[in-house]
Structures are given as C-alpha cells and as structure tokens.
Design a protein around this ligand. Structure first.
Ligand code: GLU
Length: 445
C-alpha cells in the first residue's frame, strides 16, 4: 500500500469534543502507523458560524493532544476553486438549478410521505425550460443547485463497516450551492480531497449517506474515489447521544479537570475496538497497535469514569520529567523527583500532588492519641542515625517493634498519624527521608 494521506476536517463552530477527537486520532494513528500524512482541513465554509477564535482553540487542542499536522488550509480561502468545480459539473449536466422554496419542498415531502413514498426530491426542476427559468428569475427567485445523482447503486468496501451499497435513486439530489451562492459541505470536501490526494476518508458514520453522493462527485471530477472508513458514533455510558454534553466533554474542559492528553488518546484509540483499554504513554505505541479491522460496528460507549480511572493509572506511573513543569508551577518544593515518586501513586491527576506538599515539607498537624503518646515520644530515640534514606523506615520500625512489642497497625498507624497528620497517604519509606530528620523529631514531640 502506498503511504496514506488523510485529513481531519473539523468545522470551527465550537470546541473539539471527545467525538471529534476520536475521528482526529484515528486519522492520525492510521496515517502515522503507515508512514503517511495527516492534514488538518478547516471546514469554514459556513462563514456565519465559523470563528477564528474557535479555529485557534481547535489548533491549540490538537497540539496539546500531540496530533501534529503536516499541512493545514481553510476552505473559506478556496471559493474560487469550488466555483470552477461547480462549472465543470454544470458543463457535464450534473449540476442543475432548482427554484423551490423551503416551504414548497416541505409540502412536497409531506405529500410524498402521505402517499407512502420516500421523501425524495421529485426533480421537477429538471423539466424547466429556459423560458421557465428566465421567468422565475425575473420574479426575483434565485436558484439553488443540485447534483444529479445517477440513480444507480454506489458501492464501496468500507474499512470499518464492510461492503456498503447506497441506492442513489432513494436519495434526494443533494443541494451543493444555496440560493445565496454559498457552498454546503458536500462539494468543497470532494474538491479538496481530490486536490490534496487524500487516499482515505475517515469520518463518523453520520456521513455514510453523504458518501453515496460524494463518491459520484469524486468520479465525475477526479475519476476515482478514495477509500472510505466510517466510524460508529460515540454515545454516553447510558447509550444517550453525547451531543447533549458536548460542553463538558470538550478537550478544554477535560484538560482543565487534569485529564492527561495521553489518557484521552489511550482511551479514545481503544474505545469500541477489540483491544483492551490500557494506558499508553506515547502516540507511537497507539499507532503501532492501530488497525481498522479492530474497530467494532456498534456505537462505542464513552464513560467518563473509565477515563478518570485510566488517567489515574497513567499518573501513577508518570516519570518525573513529564510532570516536572506542572509540579514546579504548583509549588517550588514539589519540583523534586523523590517527592513525585513518593506521592504519584496517591494522585489521580498531577495537580493532586499539591495536597501532599504541606504534609511533607510544611507544618503537618501531628495527631497523637493519648494511648500512643508515650510510644511516640520514645520513638525518636530509635530513629536510625544520620541522614534518613529509603531504608530508614524499615530499620526504624523494626527497632521499634523489638523495643515495644508493637506490630502491624498498632505500630505503623500512630507513627503515620504523628508524622503526617493523616491516616492514609504515600509510602512512609519514601516520605520519611523527604520530611527529614529534624522535622521528624520535631513532629514526634
Ligand atoms: N466538516 C465535516 C464534519 O465535521 C467533515 C466531514 C468529513 O470528514 O468529510 O462533519
């Protein structure tokens, strides 16, 4: 297979949410795994709803996720090129003007439905004569332009869904250009895919029907269509549409909640596939494991709790270098490898490390129960001499065990409470040297 060229084509009308990220990620993993190229196309033909601000945020989100693109361009800068393609289709008699208003079309649809027929456009506009058209235009009407489907079956072997067949006689001729001359998504997408030599169109399954028409436009304008892969949609854990919660599931929100980019990518790369969902620390690993054949056909259920758990697992094993900048931003004292290694397993997100800074380096409120007071006061005398190290805790507690006869919970719990003020927390063996000899003795009273 020649190296694939794919594109991710978001519309900058809002923030990237997990559904979009999954499409971007699958395109990225597939192309990178095959030594191919990932292009970012900004689908901003809808000039009213698209904003530069959304575009900037979208690029920032993709960059944060690590999904770098080899090239990017905006559809809004290419209207002249789409005009040329439209002219070409007109010259082939594949693009025709139609003058029905939205209300008229609605009436036609209702009539068809009441007669038990599918609500497919009746192609009345094809019967208009030049004189009819001139009259309609003289009355102030402007045409919208429809692509003339062949009426035959369009077939392709979808990389996710398997053999697909769409009977184009059961679909309305799609409108490519609106009355005001603006383009709907269908034509610009095909024109750009041809020009960028896109080899694989990978997108959500909500585009399957579009593919029937788009394949015919590909054939008309470029002679052949790219491979197609339509991903099942993501749904919520309860099976509901995710679109209702788009805001809270945006990349920005997840990031603010302390979810790592690699947690999002590890989760979304495997969701709905035959692979287990496990944390991966690089996109390269995910790319090596990617295959369209692993993607199931059922909607994939996205559960935030699973994502949170995966994030915690990733944080528990995160090397210091990866967390360092963020730790330093929390507190200069947290910019310390031994500290991170001691506390990371008690963190569900990197920012949780902040909860342990004061306990270790600051003023922990020692908690000493009356019945343990004597034991705690005497414990300092058994502390191993010199600088405290990773083995000091076991040496110390062994000595205390021998000296006092205490063991298990009655030995460890009072010490932890006296030294940290908490019942649970990071391993004392790692915490002890961080607290340091002077503070340990001070906290023992
Ligand atoms: N802008 C379209 C969307 O976001 C792109 C679809 C495609 O990939 O062809 O749905």
């Amino acid at each position: 297979m020649t190296a694939p060229i794919v594109r991710f084509a978001p519309s900058p009308t809002g923030r990237l949410h997990v559904g979009n990220v999954r499409t971007a990620l699958v395109n990225w993993l597939f192309s990178q795994g095959q030594g191919g190229k990932f292009i970012l196309r900004i689908d901003d033909t809808d000039l009213e709803r698209s904003t530069k601000e959304n575009e900037a945020i979208l690029k920032e989100d993709l960059t944060w996720l690590g999904l770098a693109w080899a090239d990017t361009f905006n559809q809004s800068e290419r209207f002249g090129i789409y005009d040329q393609a439209a002219d070409k289709l007109r010259a082939m008699d594949l693009l025709y003007p139609a003058y029905e208003t939205a209300e008229e079309l609605d009436v036609k649809r209702k009539i068809a439905q009441s007669r038990g027929r599918p609500p497919v456009y009746d192609r009345a506009a094809l019967n208009l004569t030049d004189a009819d058209r001139a009259k309609l235009e003289a009355s102030g009407l402007k045409p919208h332009w429809r692509f003339k489907l062949s009426g035959e079956r369009v077939e392709w072997n979808d990389l996710v869904r398997g053999p697909q067949s769409i009977d184009t006689s059961s679909v309305s001729d799609p409108v490519l250009i609106r009355e005001d001359g603006s383009y709907l998504y269908t034509l610009p997408s095909v024109v750009d895919d041809i020009e960028a030599n896109i080899t694989h169109v990978v997108r959500g399954e909500d585009h399957v029907t579009n593919s029937g028409a788009q394949i015919e436009i590909f054939m008309a304008l470029g002679g052949k269509a790219p491979e197609m892969a339509h991903m099942p949609l993501l749904v919520g854990a309860d099976g509901s549409a995710l679109s209702k919660r788009i805001g809270s599931l945006s990349v920005g929100q997840l990031r603010e909640r302390g979810i790592e980019a690699m947690s999002i990518c590890s989760h979304l790369a495997k969701l709905g596939t035959s692979d287990n969902i496990e944390p991966r620390s690089t996109l390269a690993e995910l790319a090596a494991e990617f295959s369209f054949s692993k993607i199931g056909r059922a909607p994939a259920r996205f559960d935030e709790t699973d994502l949170e758990n995966l994030n915690a697992a990733l944080v528990h094993a995160m090397p210091f270098a990866e967390a360092q900048a963020r730790l330093a931003a929390i507190d200069p004292r947290a910019d310390n490898e031994a500290f991170w290694l001691a506390v990371r397993e008690n963190c569900a997100r990197v920012s949780d490390a902040g909860n342990w800074v004061e306990m270790i380096f600051g003023k922990a409120e020692a908690m000493i129960a009356d019945e343990d007071r004597e034991f705690i006061i005497g414990a300092g005398a058994h502390l191993p001499a010199g600088e405290l190290t990773a083995s000091s805790w076991s040496e110390w507690t062994n000595k205390l065990k021998a000296a006092t006869g205490r063991k298990g919970k009655t030995l460890f719990k009072p010490l932890r409470l006296a030294l940290t003020g908490m019942e649970h927390g990071p391993e004392m063996a790692a915490v002890l040297p961080l607290i340091g000899r002077a503070k340990v003795l001070e906290r023992l009273g």
